[in-house]
Design a protein around this ligand. Sequence first.
Ligand SMILES: [Zn+2]
Length: 470
Amino acid sequence: MTTLSFHNSLTHRVQEFKPIADDHIGLYTCGPTVYNFAHIGNFRCYAFEDILKRTLRFCGYNVKHVMNLTDVDDKTIRGSQAAKIPLNDFTQKYKDAFFNDIKTLRIIPADVYPAATAHIPEMLEIIKALFDKGIAYQAEDKSVYFSIAKWPRYGQLVHIDHDQMKAGARVSMDEYAKESVADFALWKAYDEADGDVAWDSPWGKGRPGWHLECSAMSSKYLGKTFDIHCGGIDNMFPHHEDEIAQSEAANGVKFVNYWLHCAHLMVDGQKMSKSLGNFYTLRDILEKGYTGREIRWVLIGTHYRQSLNFSFKALDDARASLQRLDALRSRLLENAAVADDKQDAQVDEILKNAIDAFTAGLADDLNISAALAAMFDLLRELNKLMDEKRCLGINAKNALETIKKIDSVLAVFEPDQDDSVPPEIQKMADDRQAARKAKDFATADALRKQLDELGWVIEDTPKGPRVKRK
Ligand SMILES: [Zn+2]
């Protein structure tokens, strides 16, 4: 099996990846908070996790992937109240939107999507274990907190100066800055502002803190110690730090062996924000006429630990690159139809080298630039061979197989569904061809013009005319 290396946020260095089981990987990735449509910064992270998962599969591993859906927290409760609908109805809409969006971006779904509201007993188990060990305590406000003073190992991911910490300081919000590191809420006592969102617990009515769900649901589906945990760099503190503390303190074993974090997405070199008017959901970009494939290409094209600069120029460039891919693929398909069953040793070597270079790139901490360079080198070589009327029949078929392997990771070669030709357009193209055969050039020309106005062109190929988008 290929040896992979990843940058582990726990050790701050690139390390050889050694899974717990020989061929089976447990992967947990923090999922969306379903109170709104996810934005492209979120999808940058999910696309990186998709490349990671596809790389592991490409290298022969089975992956069990768990991604949580945060359907109860400060934001979802506020959103459902503003919309005046029950919490579950409110979050369902955004869960559905999320699944549509990842499909558009060709992201392979997780094996399990546990929802926080369906795992309250598991979360209470963890609190109980922490209570029994004297690490959790109930404060005057009736909420239950994790005592950082009782857990000196707190701060494994980000450096925490324990001497600077104010003893007994508490934070009940789900998100806070590193400067305000404090005992964090495991169970939030019921507050009237929460309306009817509450569960019973040995510590009174309330709801879980956000961090607890990932500890509870990851260990339920992947075991108390598992291989890889991912998320955006924003989640490193406090979310992941708190997950580690809760899990390791409650279970007495190491939580996760490898932590991989994805860097930020910028828009035109600036932080994406609603106030700057550069905040985009996936829908916003699709509405501007870009396809899921083009957006995916931009999201996966920058190494996951570098900040990605998203722009419409980058999407236009993506369109041009993908057209090159499409052109090569059609050319290979035509060549594959030619009868030739003599394997060309040079073609074989080019294909083997391409796979080796592509694999080596990914194995080196998912070095996407090296992997894409290997793919473009292959396209260049194949085009050259085809110019020389080589790479026919079996050789073109083998080349297509190699591309298919590469595409099992990239998922960009198959055209978007909306690239397919609608039947009425195909009929016009067929009618034009029939008119030409009947030497009715006036009709044929009129149909070609009509197609042109509708945004379609007819290309003459050795296999006959083919209609495609301009
Ligand atoms: Zn999480």
